[in-house]
Design a protein around this ligand. Structure first.
Ligand code: NDP
Length: 444
């Protein structure tokens, strides 16, 4: 494989899809050397085949708002690769959603799902629908309209969607209700379901909890422990909440959260009461974290800035892609950051990643750090197939085990002397599994 040549061809065929091209380049650059040691990969053109989605569905979503006015959005589902299991990946509802963002997320999902050790292929979907300021009824009508198109493409052994930005328990409920009605079956398609209709305990917390379990292993490997570390978290959504909850419970001090309006700096650190308020803030459907500082006077609101300017030991981006750039990385490094665990998908730009790796600061990429979310979705699928529910302890123990095995895979493929290049480790481990399975299954 010649990465530059392959990328030039991809850029020609998909001009302007910058997030997708960024994600593909990152993976191919890190696997190139290993790939070229396997002539069977090149003989089967695995790289050229793996970077293209199997298929993309684009559809119109028409729904009626509370004033009775019809509204039109675009819906997508990208079925990227199902070599190792049914397509699996979340749905994102956010005004910024476009084909390039969903293709990058679907591509990353292939390798993340492979890392979990569970049989799941990669997919992603969503819509440019903006849930901000919408009533519950509007959200319901949108979800139902979205599902009237999506349902024919998904199924328990075909494609199992889940949540992502803008899609939490409420949306999954509305989506699942419509799927069940149209498909006339109750097979658990969609994960992140409510506990009354097939959900799994620990699923809402899983991405953030799993991230902290992974972070703890990164710290141990580097001869440190989590207790007493000062952490900057960005975002104030589902993932930020889960990460803040577990990190605080294990004795770390989380001093920031953020929203599109700016960030909150709380020198005393978050408490369970403050973390619970994050949920309230998020549920208010407004785009702001500022009210946090009004509610807790010890906390300061810094308008229009990102939390990466604060002096911390650990940075955990938990909001969205490319939210930590080269300048932010420089600032964190100047302030003595010890570890970066990326929880959002592609949260760091390539310049930021290069800066961390050059400074030999352990950097855990999203596809490893946040894989606990999809892994627990996989566990939800298993429980649905068996028509059984595991206890919270059972699910949590399995989550622990999966995060350890991902960490182990990163060490196996990413150890470079004393330093662990987690990005390289995660990319190679995930890629190898999918590539081998594609070779074994022939050219299709
Ligand atoms: P939520 O919708 O609950 O929260 C997302 C957070 O990111 C919010 O604070 C949101 O603010 C902010 N955000 C979203 N888009 C932008 C943007 N373009 N610019 C600035 N801020 C933005 O989503 P999750 O917590 O579920 O997801 C957070 C990250 O974790 C994402 O990268 C997601 O892909 C990843 N992830 C999520 C998993 C899950 O299980 N939910 C699993 C694995 C990864 P606002 O909406 O107000 O703009």
């Amino acid at each position: 494989m010649n990465v530059n040549q392959l990328m030039a061809d991809l850029e020609r065929r998909h001009p302007g899809e910058k997030e997708y091209l960024q994600a593909v380049r990152e993976v191919l650059m890190t696997v190139e050397e290993t790939y070229n040691r396997h002539p069977e990969f090149e003989a089967n053109k695995i790289a050229e085949r793996i970077v293209e989605p199997d298929r993309i569905f684009t559809f119109k979503v028409v729904w009626v708002d509370d004033k009775g006015t019809p509204q039109v959005n675009t819906g997508y589902r990208i079925q990227f690769n199902n070599a190792i299991g049914p397509y699996k990946g979340g749905l994102r509802f956010h005004s910024s959603v476009n084909l390039s963002i969903l293709k990058f997320l679907g591509f990353e999902q292939i390798f993340k799902n492979a890392l979990t050790t569970l049989p799941m292929g990669g997919a992603k979907g969503g819509s440019d629908f903006n849930p901000k300021g919408k009533s519950d009824r509007e959200i319901m009508r949108f979800c139902q309209a979205f599902m009237t198109e999506l349902w024919r493409h998904i199924g328990p052994e075909t494609d199992v969607p889940a949540g992502d930005i803008g899609v939490g328990g409420r949306e999954i409920g509305f989506l699942y209700g419509m799927y069940r009605k149209l498909a006339q079956e109750n097979t658990g398609v969609l994960t992140g379901k409510g506990m009354t209709y097939g959900g799994s305990l620990i699923r809402p917390e899983a991405t953030g909890f799993g991230a902290v379990y992974f972070l703890r292993q990164m710290l141990e490997r580097a001869g440190m422990q989590l207790k007493g570390q000062v952490i900057a978290i960005s975002g104030f959504g589902n993932v930020a909440w889960g990460a803040a909850t577990k990190a605080t419970e294990l004795g770390a001090k989380v001093v920031t959260i953020s929203g599109p309006d700016g960030y909150i700096y709380d020198a005393e650190g978050l408490t369970p009461e403050k973390i619970a308020y994050m949920l309230e803030l998020r549920a208010s459907n407004n785009d702001v974290v500022e009210p946090f500082a009004e509610k807790f006077p010890g906390a300061k609101f810094i308008a229009g800035k990102k939390p990466w300017e604060v002096k911390v030991d650990i940075a955990m981006p938990c909001a969205t892609q490319n939210e930590l750039n080269g300048e932010d990385a420089k600032q964190l490094l100047a302030n003595g950051v010890k570890i970066v665990a990326e929880v959002s998908n592609m949260g760091c730009t390539p310049e930021a990643i290069d800066a961390f790796i050059a400074a030999k600061i352990p950097y855990g990429p999203g596809k490893a750090v946040n894989a606990g979310g999809v892994a627990t979705s996989g566990l939800e699928m298993s429980q649905n197939s068996m028509k059984m529910n595991w206890t919270a302890e059972e699910v949590d123990a399995k989550l622990h085990q999966i995060m350890s095995s991902i960490h182990h895979a990163c060490l196996e493929y990413g150890t470079e002397g004393d330093y662990v290049n987690y990005m390289k480790g995660a990319n190679i481990a995930g890629f190898m599994k999918v590539a081998k399975s594609m070779v074994e299954q022939g050219i299709i």
